[in-house]
Design a protein around this ligand. Sequence first.
Ligand code: 0RA
Length: 637
Amino acid sequence: MTQSKSTYSGKDIKVLEGLEAVRKRPGMYIGSTGPRGLHHLVYEIVDNSVDEALAGYCSAIEVVLKADGSVEVTDNGRGIPVDRHPKLRIPTVEVVLTVLHAGGKFGDGGYKVSGGLHGVGSSVVNALSTTMEVEIKRDGFVWSMDFERGKRTAALKKGAKTKATGTKIRFMPDAEIFETVNFDFETLETRLREMAFLNRNLKITLTDERQVEPRREEFKYAGGIKDFVKHLNRNKENVNAKVIYFEQDGDAGEVEVALQWTTSYSDSSLAFANNINTHEGGTHLDGFKNALTRTINDYARRNNILKEKDKNLSGDDVREGLTAVLSVKLHDPQFEGQTKTKLGNPEMRGFVQQIVSAGLAEFLEENPGPARKIINKATAAAKAREAARNAREMSRRDNMLGSSTLPGKLADCSLQDAALTEIYFVEGDSAGGSAKQARDRSFQAILPLRGKILNVERAGQSKAYSSKELQAMITAMGTGVGEDFDLEKVRYHKAIIMTDADVDGAHIRILILTFFYRYMREMIEAGYVYIAQPPLYKFSVGRKSEYLYSDEDLAKKIASTPEGTKYNIQRYKGLGEMNPDQLWETTMDPKKRTLLQVSIEEAMLAEQTVTDLMGDQVEPRKEFIQNHAKDVRFLDI
Ligand code: 0RA
């Protein structure tokens, strides 16, 4: 593309260099060029619209997946300014969409997202899109401007008159940059619904126009995070019937908390800062946890539910079965940690603690019935934890008394260096047998698992510790679990889940993921948990054949095969159908395979799916089977 000299200043050249850098090293700006990075493009644009909502100027955001593969995000905010930027002397909208900046707008006082991968700016999305078109309603007119791969192709155009305001951005992700440009409806749905929960009354719609019958979902929650907790607990049995809720504003920012206990055994608390899921926790979550433990113990003692001789309830005890959403909004969030999802602002600890202590104490005083139920649940948890501790001690002693430390079914590898080794969790003995023959025994260990593994969402700790399959997994990993977990002791840096490409396989996979999420979360955080990708099809023309890993690839292959050519398609229903050579070549050979690294978000989704599946409703089960029957990649998000 050529540019006319007259409109081209030195500053512009610098700008283009900036966006060239984004195209050269996209991972630095959006994390990855895989599906996760792709979806991040949408969040990046939507975040800007949500900022308008946070500032109080926008009430509706519409996201449309267009038939041509592009995405259109429309909001009814103020519209990106179109006036001349005083320093760069080009329209402000052009600055916003072509200049790399650290994120946030130009200081207009709202709460802005400024951590992690968020807030890298719309210009990054522009750089990574073949085309981007923006349409702005502002200052009485409709304005438009077009770009290609981050470069302006049409100057700002002033169009028809309008009284409305808002921004519409449409972009086409660049297939030269991304491994896939296929957006996943469910992935976007989950994140956009979460955004709507976190921003009470903000209407977000998601429409899929890529199929003949468009699909549309609308999210708008008058109850905000209170509705979020109800949603998370939709298939669980409640301990306190009404969701507890409180909020407060102060100098440090805004705090909102919603909580409800269920009869489940895990802690399902989520913490957000400026709408970002702070997976690694931080000061706000610390303050919340402190307040919870102290306030419940205080109340229990004052009302003689805990007697003088009784020990205090631990944090884990009071959080067993808890579903909480903590959302804070602050002006200058500091995000720290490996994945930049840990809130660092020190003032948040005391601020949240004080609000939660006051709010919860008031609730307990005013609702003695639910209060007693909540405390009974925590006391039961304390007892169970004691029993589980004893069970663990027992099994540890047994091991010392001579029975082999490693599970009998484990075919271990010969190398000892955890950084170089991997373990495959394989569904069923027959596939386990193939995997054992297929593997490179120097660095690959195989642990066959028989049938369905225990659903840890339904079972308490002592049951989990006495499950044979889980015990085998735990001893093989070497790390211990729960309170005893020690990442330093890990025996393999890759724990690879390898299941069949069918509904049962998908089910077993989410059960294993849920186990990791609940009992060995640090394994996921360290990036040690993976999903193997066996092929779905073998496509052959004459003697030449090729493995295909999705229905999409199969459809493409068939479409690109010349008319009249004879081909043969073999569908692999299970790992057992492949001979060891094929299994090695397609799924286990580090030089050829693709492994999906499991993120905390994926594990969380898996846990939600497990909860859906064990509920009484038939609908979620049917939906799961329909969605995942053929789809081996459903976790690749
Ligand atoms: C810069 C300044 C202002 C608003 C925006 C950008 C803005 C950006 C996006 C991106 C998507 N939708 C958006 N809406 C607004 C403040 C404008 C003012 O002060 O009027």
